[in-house]
Design a protein around this ligand. Sequence first.
Ligand code: APR
Length: 320
Amino acid sequence: MARPKIALIGAGNIGGTLAHLAAIKELGDVVLFDIADGLPQGKALDIAESGPSEGFDADMSGTSDYSDIAGADVCIVTAGVARKPGMSRDDLLGINLKVMKSVGEGIAAHAPDAFVICITNPLDAMVWALQKFSGLPAHKVCGMAGVLDSARFRHFLAEEFKVSMRDVTAFVLGGHGDTMVPSVRYSTVAGIPLPDLIDMGWTTQDKMDAIVQRTRDGGAEIVGLLKTGSAFYAPATSAIEMAEAYLKDQKRVLPCAAYCDGDLGVNDMYVGVPTVIGAGGIERIVNIKLNKEEQEMFDTSVKAVQGLVDACKGIDNSLA
Ligand code: APR
């Protein structure tokens, strides 16, 4: 059987890391696409030349021609600009919306059966626009945010409790912005919910509040340190986890920006929710029950995403 084909639209920091991870994990043949002259070809060749030492079997190629992504099984989109210190994800909206239009049209023309994972920020609005521009079925287009935000939350919790990250589960709901909702009640250490761990004296409410806030600011913390761009190792790893769930029909339960059509009370919008990812794409949204306080935070986050979607409609009439 032929190897799956993975098209990476955008060959910058995240795109290059995605290609390297996909090769090392032998998820399939990789096509890097970018408008920057020589960049996708250079990264593809560099990664291909790591193959003999690493010992992977995967073809790597780079292109600036959309016809080369033909028949891709998975497309991961990072095309656009990343933020610099002092910028919010929302500051990227105008530029990246135009990029989503060209990417959406390219995918629709050449890889209409692909499972599409968008990473470009501001994430929830960009994945919404990408689905509209591409016309692909909503369950085949999703956004990577929740896996990354949850991974950051899990990392901070594991450090606080001095336990293995593998035994910490956590998830983060809502938009991929300042209003995201790290769920304390549904996060656990080996099944023990965080509120119980506070009662057991493993940590304090103040420390938990600080970890929740650090999770919300996780992207900005990295931008502040790097100064020239935004995070790329963890975002790429998170998207690869989602791509692998699709390609191997793993039925993973992962939080991601999925199209909500009445789910968790959200209509015609993409927002971070727990989902099941398998060969069918986003196979199910897990309609968890929120308590009053969580619901209020979730509603605030949804409202923030709605504002960005409205801004997209104002910029591009075809989305209205
Ligand atoms: N089509 C294809 N590629 C494009 C286009 C386009 N229309 N416009 C820009 N690009 C490419 C750039 O040439 C660049 O190589 O997208 C790439 C983006 O790479 P980086 O600037 O390194 O950004 P990266 O860190 O990979 O982040 C990409 O993901 O997390 C988000 O906020 C982040 O929106 C940003 C995106």
